[in-house]
Design a protein around this ligand. Sequence first.
Ligand SMILES: CCCC/C=C/CC(=O)SCCNC(=O)CCNC(=O)[C@H](O)C(C)(C)COP(=O)(O)OP(=O)(O)OC[C@H]1O[C@@H](n2cnc3c(N)ncnc32)[C@H](O)[C@@H]1OP(=O)(O)O
Length: 359
Amino acid sequence: MGASQKDFENAMNQVKLLKEDPGNEVKLKLYALYKQATEGPCNTPKPGVFDLINKAKWEAWNALGSLPKETARQNYVDLVSGLSSSSDSSSQAKPEADRKQAEYETVVMTSEDGITKIMLNRPAKKNALTEQMYQEIMLALEAASKDDSTITVLTGNGDYYSSGNDLTNFTNIPPEGVEAKAKNSAILLRNFVGSFIDFPKPLVAVVNGPAVGISVTVLGLFDLVYATDRATFHTPFSHLGQTPEGCSSYTFPKIMGPAKAAEMLIFGKKLTAGEAYAQGLVTEVFPDSTFQKEVWTRLKAYSKLPQNALRISKQIIRSQEKEKLHAVNAKESSILQERWLSSECMNAIMNFFSQKAKL
Ligand SMILES: CCCC/C=C/CC(=O)SCCNC(=O)CCNC(=O)[C@H](O)C(C)(C)COP(=O)(O)OP(=O)(O)OC[C@H]1O[C@@H](n2cnc3c(N)ncnc32)[C@H](O)[C@@H]1OP(=O)(O)O
């Protein structure tokens, strides 16, 4: 079987994380395979003789002739996989746990007792999600989906679960301009949420403290949500000139009913852990003093259940919704792409940085 669209998207993400520049020749190959895989045979006029860079790109693409899209996709995935493993070759002699961790800077990934734990690890910034962190979470989920663990857990290090999107993501504008930034952010968002929609094993959120923004909205895609009684759940999208993501425009009304969902998603009402439990977003709330002990004891017991039965049961429940969720994710991401360019959103972000205004 050839590479899937998901494998292709993961390979595209991996390219951005390569530690060493692969050089122009390889970059041209990647470009050509990408164009062939997404658009088919070269279909644009040859750039002029002085347009050296675009001419080289065109020639690389054109050289692939009528190579089928599927083959180009597979070749792209294989090429990236070769690049990733050669840039990691120095760590290949290390034990598996070390090797895995070496790939991440913003999350800590560990596996024990049939449970893979992905811990957000920017406690000084309340685990705000940088672009690198989105990419690393996606890679960690991909690795967890293929490892031999039964259950995967997402949690935070420090006093917060996560304060949501790192607002500095919006201040780092590339030379191509704000429109390109918004477009790339929408692609990142869509891929990020897509990895939760498609995650094949039981996925558990261990909400160790307050949760904000996207760290709350994706909870509708988890199978269990355990929260400390110190946790709060806040989606201040309107305050930020933004709109819901993480499929929450669909999952929240289903989970808690349209009236309560509107209070959270439109008006930004912050819920306590008890309220989130009463509204069905949280599976169970534990006292903060015994939270970690109780939750991990529970999860260790669950991880001993037959692995395939758990996975297949999850898939039966979730598969009925998958197509709908992907469509919702695409729509939410494209609406946000426009919102991020609005003066309402830009002012809210400037306000955060100029006054360090708190939610
Ligand atoms: C590309 C995909 C995009 C997906 C879009 C998703 C939408 C969202 O997620 S919307 C939610 C965005 N999050 C926020 O608006 C939260 C902003 N932060 C705050 O309001 C407060 O920091 C807090 C209420 C979370 C915590 O307040 P507290 O007084 O306890 O701590 P601080 O001193 O403010 O925080 C410590 C440190 O961390 C920085 N920080 C915290 N959260 C963020 C963040 N989301 N983005 C950037 N920076 C953040 C904060 O500025 C402090 O930094 P300094 O120590 O350098 O001052």
